[in-house]
Design a binder for this molecule. Structure first.
Ligand SMILES: [Fe+2]
Length: 395
């Protein structure tokens, strides 16, 4: 076999993005020259490696991608995975999805139900078989103190909710999420404000998704902190999004306000102990070997802290203390210079490494900018996150 046969020539181009001087984020690439309707197995493999390497990529020019082929691509990224969206079927999602399902409408595309229509406003007479839909989607309802109506009408907004796409119960988080822009709002830039006393803000075109890298966050930690998080782990609540469905976010969209509104375990109803997720605080990138501090703080019910494998962990069960720990770490990366909002055009598809980034939607005033239509798909992973050291399976 020739060397060329072992390492096929790439048939598409990858360009790391060129950042303005004041930006410090260390991820992101543009991909051109691909038709995802007819992508070869070699290119699927290379595309997968490109996502793990660059963490957030924009694949240009996929206006003609069919929802069926979109889902097929997602399954080809992880062929050993059970063939269902990471949040399960729509019936389960709507029943136990809590904060994820109650604040917005999510529809499966007929014939490709695992490709989810998300967006805002009127979706047209017939959107791939979905007729006359007018959907509530993006909103700042998750915020304890959303921007007032007048400011919002003028384009002042918030990060909606910083998160990873992860059920955190029963199924493992998708390795990647894919989000295709079908219709984008248009108009002047909106202004995202932190409104936390920091005075921070950033301007962006409407309808985009914001990202930061949790590998870059890990690099911002001290050696002692890295030692601690390398050996520590978390336990998520059963049905975590239902658990916190009455909770609200602080103005930055990162974490939760402490208002004592979490459900009791009894209120959650039935759950299966074996489906509760315990994950290391640090997840290893399978291609680059980078470490990421990847904890979805709002679903954590127990934190197990230790700085070596021999140490008995300190168990933190007070959500106020858990959130304070997360905030101390995660707030370091929540600065404009570390955040990228990829500027997509209609037809582009953003794909991200869900094991090494956090993301957030950003709401905008519908009347001034028009509807937004996106197709989102991911698949519960065949293999969950791997940490720097093994964690006890039950503690
Ligand atoms: Fe998401």
């Amino acid at each position: 076999m020739s060397p060329a046969a072992l390492t096929p020539e790439p048939s598409f181009q990858v360009q790391p993005i060129i950042k303005p001087k004041d930006q410090k984020f260390d991820f992101g690439a543009l991909v051109e020259g691909l038709d995802l309707n007819i992508i070869s197995n070699d290119d699927v493999k290379r595309l997968k490696e490109t996502i793990w390497t660059h963490k957030v990529i924009v694949v240009k020019g996929q206006k003609e991608l069919s929802p069926e082929k979109h889902w097929e691509l997602v399954t080809r990224f992880d062929p050993d995975a059970t063939q269902v969206h990471s949040h399960g079927n729509l019936a389960t999602f709507q029943k136990k999805g809590g904060v994820l399902s109650k604040a917005r409408d999510v529809y499966g595309i007929p014939g490709a139900e695992n490709v989810r229509l998300i967006g805002k406003g009127y979706q047209g007479d017939d959107h791939y078989g979905l007729k006359n839909l007018n959907i509530s989607g993006l909103s700042n309802n998750f915020h304890a103190e959303p921007p007032n109506d007048k400011d919002f009408e003028e384009g002042i907004t918030r990060f909606q909710r910083w998160h990873i796409d992860a059920p955190l119960y029963a199924r493992d988080p998708a390795w990647f999420t894919t989000l295709r822009a079908i219709k984008l709002p248009a108009g002047p830039d909106v202004e995202i404000r932190w409104d936390d006393g920091s005075g921070l803000s950033m301007k962006t075109p409407p309808g985009l998704t914001a990202f930061f890298s949790t590998s870059q966050l890990y690099k911002l930690l001290s050696t002692e902190e890295q030692q601690l998080v390398n050996h520590s782990w978390v336990e998520y609540a059963p049905h975590p999004y239902m658990w916190i469905e009455n909770c609200k976010a602080p103005s930055t969209g990162l974490g939760l306000k402490n208002e004592g509104k979490e459900h009791t375990m009894e209120e959650l109803g039935d759950y299966d102990e074996k489906d509760i997720k315990r994950y290391p605080c640090v997840w290893i990138n399978p291609v680059t070997g980078e470490k990421a501090f990847q904890v979805h703080g709002l679903g954590v019910r127990k934190l197990f802290l230790r700085s070596s494998v021999d140490e008995q962990p300190e168990v933190v069960e007070d959500v106020v203390a858990i959130r304070a720990f997360m905030h101390k770490i995660q707030s370091r990366i929540l600065r404009p210079e570390y955040i990228w909002l990829p500027e997509v055009e209609e037809g582009d598809i953003v794909m991200w490494d869900n094991y090494g980034t956090f993301h957030s939607a950003v709401d905008y005033p519908l009347e001034n900018y028009g509807p937004r239509t996106m197709h989102q798909a991911n698949i519960g992973a065949s293999k969950g996150p791997v940490g720097p050291v093994p964690i006890p399976s039950v503690c």
